[in-house]
Design a protein. Structure first.
Lengths: 322, 322
């Protein structure tokens, strides 16, 4: 329960082992390119399309890697987590597949589509207020009642190692990338991405992209210590969590820079991905493209890999219609 | 100019030649599957994703195959066509690539996104009323002024052969299909699909799927002669054209059945494709899935290939928001 005290961080070897372990559980997703978006950005962009991942986001990688390492003896008690949605669906899916119960604490403002998905995999959903404190309190209560194993959405070495497998696959298809950008929320994806990328290509630059409206990671990166999340009312609903000490440590060690983008830039980038790539990406997944478009001086003329983190959203309420 | 008088129809050899000819011009698009949609339909569905095709629809196949066969001596005069949008963009793109002028007659109710796309490839756009008569009159006028070569959107053997390459690719990836369904408008895609499928797998069943609101092809198939289009106010804006004698002949010879689906079924199928496959398909491209879902007695338990014909639409006005 005190997982952030033991700050174990995964090595590149852990990420390679995760990649082997999750074969058949998570998919190898396609890498897409678009002449139109390259023209628009001036960069040469490789989109790692985790919207096509099982359960609709990269979270399936970390959840599978964690669930597959739970000892048989503990399986009956199940797993518990808190998540704004995508980790919930992924954990529920992986748990169902391994045949163990899943308990999910979810903020009541999570998109309905995400709630329904997790419930569809047989998870027991517990709603809470959309604050980190309320989430923590709720999952501790569930844990006390069930003794289920916590699979934290990002403060967990196995989860981080799993998330890193997306970058590993991307670098296998595009081995000459000069930069790679992941969205940042709790920092699990960015941490895994940075460890995988720097170990594979020491000269690659790794960036985190974050909504201005939930900019705790960027402020923490600047100050070198965990800064509180002051607001989280961003359209990128997958990016409303805060860093933990473990992910901050990894990010400080391996990430070149964190930058924020505005809500308008996120919405525009989402629409551009839909229009040019013909894929459904959620706003969180478009945050890296928003950064490329916002900072041409940094990215134009370079080969840049972006993690499109997921594709789950309410189709009735599109980002540009809210 | 009297292309429907010489009713040349392509053979399977023409389709194989087209496949070789258009390499580098049209893409080999992915075939996708979805456990969720298989569960929902009871069928085992293979989606040929022409929304990922260059210019966003299968039309790039036929347009490229036609443009590549224009003699050098005629190139300077350019090409002319009429189209509700996707053929226009494809012809404009292929013409630009070959370095020849393109003149496009387009109904004024074509989606703005489609108009902009064609114009973006340097085509000269001429708007007309949304009737077949107005279209014909307008392109004849352009033809008289320019002497440009007509590349009809479907009444053209080279175009039909090009469209058939999508089914050829689909059957290479899913060689044990029991049925294949294409949307039908002017009948070019369905004709090419039927010739390719029946020559490759003689026992496969080939179906055309058409909006109830533009059901001329289904009525023509039943009566054995060209029936007029009585209305074309369907949300599937790519399916508002009518068969010609050439495509009717092919369809009567090679297609097992044509069936219609309602507007509600089309909209629901479009949303399901977005939600489960995480791809942007236009309503026309969802018409085959609408048919599978509408007729479980015909398709459940079978391996069915669907041509998702394109992914171009105004993202500001989604089908389920109109």
């Amino acid at each position: 329960m005190t997982s952030s005290v033991d700050c174990i961080v995964p090595s590149i070897l852990d990420i390679h082992r995760a990649a082997e372990r999750i074969v058949g559980w998570a998919k190898q997703t396609p890498v897409m390119t678009s002449q139109g978006l390259d023209r628009l950005s001036g960069a040469q962009i490789y989109f790692k399309c985790e919207n096509f991942q099982r359960t609709g986001s990269f979270k399936m990688r970390g959840a599978s890697n964690a669930i597959l390492q739970i000892p048989d003896a503990l399986c009956e008690r199940g797993v518990v987590t808190h998540s704004s949605g995508n980790h919930a669906a992924a954990l529920a899916c992986a748990a169902q597949r391994r045949g163990i119960p899943a308990y999910i604490v979810m903020p009541h403002n999570a998109p309905l589509a995400k709630r329904e998905t997790a419930a569809g995999y047989g998870a027991k959903i517990e709603l809470c207020d959309p604050t980190m404190a309320a989430r923590e309190e709720a999952w501790r209560r569930v844990h006390a009642a069930t003794n289920a194993t916590l699979v934290h959405p990002y403060d967990d070495s196995a989860v981080i190692a799993g998330q890193g497998t997306a970058a590993l696959e991307l670098l296998m298809e595009a081995p000459d990338l000069e930069a790679i950008i992941a969205p940042v929320s709790g920092g699990g994806l960015l941490s895994g991405t940075a460890i995988a990328a720097k170990a594979t290509l020491p000269n690659i630059q790794v960036f985190g992209a974050e909504p201005e409206m939930a900019d705790d990671a960027t402020r923490s990166f600047r100050s070198g210590q965990l800064e509180p999340l002051l607001s989280s009312n961003t359209i990128a609903d997958g990016l409303r969590a805060t860093l933990c000490q473990r992910t901050l440590n990894i990010i400080l060690a391996h990430v070149d820079d964190l930058q924020t983008v505005s809500e308008t830039q996120i919405i525009e980038a989402t629409k551009l991905i839909w229009r040019y790539l013909k894929i459904v990406a959620e706003p969180s997944g478009a945050v890296p493209l928003a950064l490329v478009l916002a900072q041409p001086s940094r990215f134009a003329g370079r080969r840049v890999g972006l993690i499109v983190s997921g594709g789950n959203l309410d189709l009735e309420r599109l980002p540009w219609q809210m």
